[in-house]
Design a protein around this ligand. Structure first.
Ligand code: SF4
Ligand code: SF4
Length: 438
């Protein structure tokens, strides 16, 4: 065997920054999963807005402000989790989950593919879009337009599914008649498509760089300890003629000089770029020069261990998250699926009140029957409009209760009982003044 052949048989050990090779595919999976979750949240009944009831739906239940434990618990839980995320991993939401960024990256990729590497739709420098000469065909522009219009049409559907039930959305897509849909909805949808098309086609990452208030809000929780890009300066000679990491950053940041309050969204694209460059280069030894780091002192962090390090930084937010979860669980356990009240009717008989209105609300989005009975009054002195009401879904109904004016003058206390076939029951005490003389 020749020396050359023997050399070829020695396996080449490639060094990588830990996780660098899977960062890009992992981020894409998280981005698409986020879009899927955004669609599944309202369609599975996890969270939706009920415009008719003027409230929101959580776990297929109509939630009112009187369901205070659920409302408070949910917001404390969600807000503290988000604050914990901002202070630990910075603007990771933007880089890994934000639908705006997902669409912008997709639009950039499609533009590069169809019009060439240097084609950009909008640049604050005012430079014109540069289309590669060999790609200046009508077909490429048409494909790009279509490739941007389709996601804009899908994105414009997402807000709608938070306001309408899946059955109404299906009617909307299939142009079927549906009482739940207003005729103007198609116009609203067209406006939404136009806004999303402008955003995906033209604005793209300018939104992230200059317009996104949510990113600024996340920044306010960042510290020196927050997840950031770390640069191995001891091997900075590798960068002499290289600009690869800066080119790979869609926010035009130089990852070798990241600061606490810069626009970095911890997407990790620069880490993958530099690591790939090193793994392919025969000249550049070792793994890439960029990596993720958390905490100001990496050695101390390692000694402390990841769990202890996590709780040291997120003590308060963890406590708030647990408190929120407990509040939420208490709220769900004590949730009333139906509620009712008895009001004096607006119908007056001279100076007498003889009519009452039983207002019953069913808060679950499934059918039920609710029955009523009166205790404390003889059957012949009152008339109940109906002793049972049926609900196909969540909603409200009124039942009239008339008290005879034949009752002798005085105060009468009676109770209205309501019970649903799903096990719920309630009682309402009424004090009725009978003026007598009927
Ligand atoms: S890709 Fe790596 S080697 Fe190239 S400039 Fe960036 S940090 Fe330096
Ligand atoms: S600097 Fe790196 S991690 Fe930060 S946004 Fe740019 S590519 Fe992503």
């Amino acid at each position: 065997m020749s020396a050359n052949e023997a050399l070829k048989q020695i396996p080449i050990q490639q060094e990588h920054v830990p996780g660098a090779t899977i960062l890009h595919p992992a981020r894409r999976i998280v981005q698409y999963l986020t879009l899927l979750i955004l669609v599944l949240i309202p369609t599975t009944g996890l969270f939706r807005i009920d415009m008719e009831a003027g409230g929101f739906i959580l776990l297929d239940r109509q939630i009112w402000f009187s369901d205070i434990f659920i409302v408070m618990g949910f917001w404390v839980f969600a807000a503290s989790l988000l604050i914990m995320m901002y202070s630990l991993v910075g603007s990771v939401f933007c880089g890994w989950m934000c639908p705006q960024n997902t669409a912008s990256e997709y639009a950039n990729m499609l533009t590069y593919k169809l019009l060439g590497r240097r084609a950009e739709m909008m640049d604050m420098s005012g430079d014109q879009m540069q289309v590669a000469v060999r790609r200046q065909s009508v077909l490429n522009y048409l494909l790009l337009g279509l490739g941007l219009l389709l996601p804009a049409m899908l994105y414009a559907l997402i807000p709608l599914i938070y306001f309408f039930p899946p059955s109404a959305i299906w009617s909307f897509i299939t142009f079927s008649e549906d009482a739940q849909l207003a005729g103007s909805l198609y116009w609203i949808y067209i406006v939404c498509v136009a806004v999303f098309l402008l955003d995906i086609g033209v604005i793209r990452h300018l939104m992230c760089k200059y317009m996104c208030i949510y990113r600024v809000w996340q920044h306010s929780f960042k510290t020196r300890e927050t997840l950031h890009i770390q640069y191995d300066e001891s091997r900075s000679d590798h960068c002499a003629t290289c600009h690869y990491c800066v080119d790979s950053c869609f926010l035009d940041i130089d990852p070798r000089q990241t600061a606490v309050f810069d626009s970095c969204v911890n997407c990790g694209e620069c880490i993958t770029a530099c690591d790939e460059l090193h793994s392919k280069s025969k000249k550049l030894q070792g793994p890439g020069l960029l990596s993720f780091a958390i905490g100001a002192d990496e050695k101390k962090e390692r000694e402390r261990g990841s769990v202890a390090s996590f709780f040291a930084r997120a003590k308060l937010s963890s406590l708030a998250t647990v408190t929120g979860a407990v509040f939420f669980a208490i709220g769900i356990a004590g949730y009333q699926t139906d509620e009712f009240s008895v009001y004096r009717s607006e119908a007056w008989h001279g100076a007498k009140v003889l009519d009452y209105r039983i207002n019953v609300a069913h808060k679950l989005y499934r059918p039920t029957d609710i029955s009523f009975r009166i205790e404390g009054l003889d059957k012949d002195v009152y008339q109940l409009e109906k002793s049972q009401v049926h609900f196909d879904t969540a909603g409200r109904q009124d039942v009239k209760l008339h008290i005879s004016d034949s009752l002798a003058k005085g105060l009468y206390r009676f109770r209205v009982f309501a019970s649903a076939d799903d096990g719920w029951s309630g009682v309402f005490d009424v004090t009725h003044f009978a003026p007598g003389g009927g």
